[in-house]
Design a protein around this ligand. Structure first.
Ligand SMILES: O=C(O)CCC(=O)C(=O)O
Length: 287
């Protein structure tokens, strides 16, 4: 059973998420959930999956590390997914009757790392399609607004298919990456240069403490996190969630590294509703 939220979501929070595609929620995860996620991250970093990548390694050896879909090998993550308030939070904000877990992703930067996450939308990379998809972005250390993940409010409502950033090119270790040569055929527009004029795009981000989270719709333009001060690292645990309107959609130009082959091995096919033990439904207990 999932734990109840520490408080009800307010109408303002629900409206903000629907209108802006992002909302910051202070103090949602108490110290027990934070300790669980932090213990999971320690275990995970000691044995990353084959999908792990170092997106950036600078001359001083500072790194930006990411990995995805590790929960089946990290019991603390699995407990967090099945029992923490995250499932209830995602279902509430997506206004979804039922909720399925998609995958986890971690973003771990050494203190002082200058790497900035490129602006992008998530859904075009994912092997699913739907409006009711979101990420719960949860820093395990304090982060200032200027270093936190930033968002273009309302951009989740647009219909433009933006050219995807090639995350596979962020690969100093020469790991195999997805062939993206076909994607420019379906892209309608370049991602705008948001960083050069954030005010014009109404960019938002927040000072955050451990326990706070940002929940964002997977179609929203987001990026810009990083460029850390010398004395600050950034350890972020994220969980990704699927609501009622979502269907499987495999894309040749999808995620890098790609785990659609794992999804196929569970019998999932394009057009299916998400299902199987890989994408478990999380039962929502009564509040
Ligand atoms: O934390 C970051 O730098 C990137 C996070 C992100 O892009 C995501 O969770 O989709």
């Amino acid at each position: 059973m999932t734990a109840p939220l520490p408080r009800s979501l307010t109408d303002d929070e629900l409206d903000t998420f629907a209108r802006d595609g992002v909302v910051m929620l202070p103090g949602i995860f108490d110290s027990s959930w934070l300790s669980l996620a932090a213990a999971g991250l320690e275990r995970h970093l000691s044995a990353p999956t084959e999908r792990a990548r170092v997106w950036d390694r600078d001359a001083e050896g500072r790194t930006m590390f990411w990995d995805s879909m590790a929960w089946q090998g990290v019991p603390e993550y699995e407990e967090f997914v099945r029992s923490s308030p995250a499932a209830r939070l995602a279902a509430g904000l997506l206004r979804s009757e039922r909720i399925r877990y998609f995958f986890d992703a971690v973003f771990v930067r050494s203190a002082g790392s200058q790497f900035q996450t490129p602006w992008h939308q998530d859904e075009p990379y994912w092997s699913v399609e739907g409006h009711q998809t979101c990420t719960v972005w949860m820093p395990l250390v304090p982060v200032r607004a200027e270093n936190a993940l930033a968002f273009v409010p309302g951009s989740h409502l647009g219909t433009t298919v933006f050219e995807q950033y090639d995350f596979g090119a962020l690969n100093p270790d020469g790991k195999p990456d997805v062939d993206r040569s076909d994607f420019s055929a379906v892209a309608e527009a370049d991602i705008p240069d948001i960083s050069s004029d954030p005010d014009r795009f109404g960019v938002v981000s927040w000072d955050m403490e451990p326990g706070d989270c940002v929940v964002f719709n997977s179609r929203i333009l987001h990026g810009g996190s990083g460029r850390l001060p010398e004395d600050r690292d950034l350890r972020v645990f994220t969980t990704k969630w699927l609501g009622d309107d979502v269907r499987i959609r495999f894309r040749d130009e999808g995620m890098d590294p790609d785990f659609s082959s794992i999804m196929r091995s569970y019998g999932l096919a394009s057009g299916d509703r998400p299902g199987t033990a890989l994408l478990p439904e999380i039962p929502l207990s009564a509040a």
